[in-house]
Ligand binder design. Sequence first.
Ligand SMILES: [Fe+2]
Length: 386
Amino acid sequence: MAEGLELRKFVAPEYIFGVDARSLAGRYAKNLGGHKALVVSDPGVVAAGWTKDVTDSLEEAGLPHVLFTGVSPNPKVQEVMAGAELYQAQNCNVLVAVGGGSPMDCAKGIGIVSSNRQNILDFEGVDKVRLPMPPLICIPTTGGTSADVSQFAIISNPLEKIKFAIISKSVVPDLALIDPLTLTTMDPFLTACTGLDALTHGIEAFVSNASSPMTDLHALEAIRLITDNLVDSIKNPQDVELRTRIMQGSLQAGLAFSNAILGAAHAMAHSLGGERDVPHGECNSILLDHVIEFNLPASPERFERIAQAMGLDLRGMDFRTKKKTLLEKVREIKKAAGVDKVLKDIGISRADVPVLSKKALHDPCLITNPRKATQRDLEVIYEESL
Ligand SMILES: [Fe+2]
């Protein structure tokens, strides 16, 4: 069927974007019928002061709350289960997540565990959630994961050394309060990792075989905004205008990938993140150019439009030169952002590649990759990234 004529759905939560959006948490939690909130955050975000702004707003609205900060950078099965226990023991009926992907994914996990009375491990895969979760408000404090608008939750299972994906409309929050001011406390490395994650979202969503005109629009704009502003925002952390552009880029990348799903870079980054506790964005960054190189022959016109969004003009070039120019640009951004490690730098050797590839082959993100990848293909991409 011709492009753009297939059936496609587009799911997005209500969101409020702009400086001070975080202070609306109390009013909206009440509107959603909340009588007691479980606030899910992490120690770093608490130290930055953003969690207190949100709990202050809950107090102003007269809403009692309990704070749960037992979330580590890649949220673990046992953290979700502990949060769900607290949620139930405290008779909460609304969830408020303040933080990056980890607290937001953990809050999603707590929500579906609480309403379905099942272990979080039961929800792995696509559309495995039976009952909707309680109302969830997300206040993102990083410009990258977009868990605040996505139908994804990524949880780590340390016992099996895997990160698994829960993909379901049931984990789309009820409301996202997207406040660019919260990005001003991110350190350069976190800004870079989360920004490169968002760039990967935009690129993978645009070439995904589940893309649509609606996701394309957001994906290309995300790629443009992040390419143009990421390095400057790393250098000028207090510049709210730059932070706003990155936050918008992250939001648009999220709207795109939540609906078009992702590809091989994410499948392989999830496998990598299960094996080593390395930031998700760094895993993507290590793999991104190598995955583009693998995927390029399957969708050369789409990659040309990505290059265009990155400010490149490939007209008149032959395929090899186009490929070289795009890969150079991606590598240049990685280098300028300071996230240009290779797998060896994070302790991965050739001996780890078969296991990593086997796990990545079963990740649902691989289904929408534009080029069909076998286990051997994934092994080669990992080997090239060593
Ligand atoms: Fe991601």
